[in-house]
Design a protein around this ligand. Structure first.
Ligand SMILES: [Fe+2]
Length: 317
């Protein structure tokens, strides 16, 4: 067993080295580096969301092998889905989440207006928060986005965890798409699309005044950027069509149109998953959406997910 774990770990390291080479594959001038990375990425990519499911025994204390499996899945697909053998009661899961995150190197969570001191946000239908215009707190469908696309580009959300306490009786499925694959599809179609989406003023989200009078300043930045520390690709995107301004440029319009069609029409490497109670999605802020759902009629029994967000990606061990 020990030998198997060790060889699995070596494989994961080799995979990580290939998928995160120091040769900057996202640099448009480095065609060879891109081709090597692209081939490794596509060869290592899992066949389905189901192949990213990792069964773990204890959310607060995952074993080293369980942590390695999550890390390796994130190296391949920027996501993993953890399934607990037995779903704990909600309070127990909530208190275990920060510990679980810390095992993945996610030890500093974002300060969000809806988060409690533990950094966990309840995602559930809320008439109060829905009135603020926040679709996550309704049963309406959520369009494609990466989390925190409205943040200052210098403070992106790099990872998040969604833990399912209760499913809706109907709906509430997520589609998930690795930004690395979106990058490959765009660059293979036309490298000028990448140049346009890497422009520092490609996408503007206007300033927003919140109910309490706080002003979130305008967010102006690229769709794709490179993490200066690790060399990984970072994506900032929303498919919203209101309160957004794209750079007024032919290549930008063509690139955005291509990406919209790609997300609408689907891709063989796009995943669908409906989180079940006791399951959690861990991801390096992949593109995602959510279908409409029908909530339970009884009070305190509706769909409930816990969310944590982080300014760094899952550690690659
Ligand atoms: Fe989201």
């Amino acid at each position: 067993m020990q030998t198997r774990c060790r060889s699995r770990k070596i494989m994961a390291h080799q995979l990580l080295e290939t998928l995160n080479p120091p040769s900057r594959p996202f640099d448009l001038g480095a065609r060879d580096a891109y081709e090597i990375w692209r081939e490794a990425k596509l060869a290592a990519f899992p066949a389905s969301a189901q192949s990213c499911v990792i069964h773990i025994r204890d959310l607060a204390q995952p074993s080293p092998a369980e942590v390695d499996a999550v890390t390796e899945s994130c190296a391949r697909a920027n996501l993993a889905i953890v399934a607990l053998e037995e779903a704990p009661v909600a309070e127990q899961a909530r208190s275990a989440l920060p510990d679980f995150a810390a095992h993945l190197g996610l030890d500093v969570h974002e300060r969000h207006r809806s988060a409690a001191d533990d950094g966990v946000v309840d995602l559930e239908v809320s008439s109060v928060r829905a009135r603020g215009g926040f679709i996550p707190y309704t049963d309406r469908p959520l369009n494609w986005h990466t989390d925190g696309y409205y943040n200052d580009p210098s403070a992106p959300i790099r990872a998040f965890i969604l833990y399912c306490v209760r499913q809706a009786p109907v709906g509430g499925e997520n589609q998930l798409f690795d930004p690395d694959i979106a990058y490959i599809r765009l660059r293979d179609e036309d490298p000028d699309f990448i140049a346009a989406l890497m422009h520092p003023r490609a996408m503007t989200i206007p300033a927003h005044v919140e109910d309490n009078g706080d002003v979130r300043p305008a967010s102006i930045g690229p769709v794709f950027s490179i993490d200066a520390a690790g060399g990984a690709l970072v994506m900032r995107y929303t498919a919203r069509t209101r309160n957004i301004a794209w750079r007024d440029d032919g290549d930008t319009a063509a690139a955005v149109g291509f990406l919209e069609r790609l997300l609408r029409d689907g891709d063989p490497l796009m995943f669908h998953h409906r989180l079940e109670p006791g399951q959690a999605l861990i991801c390096n802020n992949v593109l995602h959406n959510r279908t409409r759902f029908e909530d339970a009629a009884q009070a305190r029994s509706g769909r409930l997910l816990y969310r944590m967000r982080f300014g760094r990606p899952v550690a690659s061990n």
